[in-house]
Design a protein around this ligand. Structure first.
Ligand code: GLP
Length: 242
């Protein structure tokens, strides 16, 4: 695991976008893994700017989102399908249908989870996965205590994650879904490279555990210590306990 402590979000955006730009220059049909949340937004903004400047094209690419709420319609503005669209997919040139996410509105959620995991494999796997991290050390929606060998599955959000994510639902925790469909830890670990972004002091303990802690399901992100090509981009606040 390589850790870069950077001065601000703009620097994080540039370094993250550099990794994506290099990938698509080498492999135009690459598969990108997209995360929601606020952490990856500087990378997306930089990618959109570079796309507009003609530096990067996704016209032969594909993308898979990490996770989705269960209980929101795909049209809900806070469904991750919509968030991925508005934060990046609608602003670059992925072909129609090339950006997918888990279908948290499916009637048979277990079948939807298995289908999604298979679709990622059928696409040849994710070349570069962008990740955030929860304050409790979750990645995607793999909360503490879950299996480190999990594939895409349905799961529950912890009380802390529901509180943290209430900011996207006008601060109303009763509006935050309690369930999700998420890529599993093993699914995420199969990505050929990972770029994880963490900013702000409320991520400092999760970052310390991820980088320096014992590998444990109590802090799911610690498993990334085993990944052969993981880059962690943090600001000074998130790095404060390293
Ligand atoms: C959510 C998402 C994660 C994300 C995390 C951190 O619960 N499921 O994929 O990494 O929260 O979000 P943020 O980057 O907004 O702090």
């Amino acid at each position: 695991m390589r850790v870069a402590i950077l001065p601000d979000e703009a620097a994080i955006g540039r370094i993250g976008a550099d990794a994506v730009e290099r990938l698509y220059a080498r492999k135009p049909q690459a598969v990108l893994g997209l995360a929601t949340g606020s952490s990856p937004l500087p990378i997306y903004q930089e990618l959109i700017a570079r796309h507009r400047a003609g530096r990067i094209s996704f016209a032969r690419g594909r993308a898979f989102a990490l996770d989705e709420y269960v209980g929101l319609s795909p049209q809900h503005p806070q469904s991750y399908r919509q968030v991925i669209r508005t934060s990046i997919a609608d602003h670059v040139d992925f072909p129609e249908g090339a950006v997918r996410g888990p279908e948290g509105w499916a009637e048979d959620l277990d079948a939807a989870a298995a289908d999604y995991d298979r679709a990622i494999r059928d696409a040849g796997g994710v070349d570069l996965q962008i990740l955030g991290i929860g304050a409790d050390g979750h990645i995607a929606f793999n909360e503490p205590g879950g299996s480190l060998a999990s594939r895409t599955h349905r799961g529950f959000l912890t009380a802390q994650t529901i509180r943290d994510n209430a900011r996207f639902f006008d601060g109303d925790i009763s509006q935050v879904p309690a369930q999700c469909l998420t890529q599993g830890i093993a699914t995420i670990m199969e990505a050929r490279s990972l770029v994880l972004v963490a900013t702000g002091g409320n991520k400092a303990e999760a970052v310390r555990q991820m980088v320096e802690g014992a590998v444990s399901a109590s802090w799911p992100a610690t498993v990334l210590q085993f990944h052969p090509d993981a880059l962690v981009l943090v600001d000074e606040e998130a790095a404060a306990r390293l």
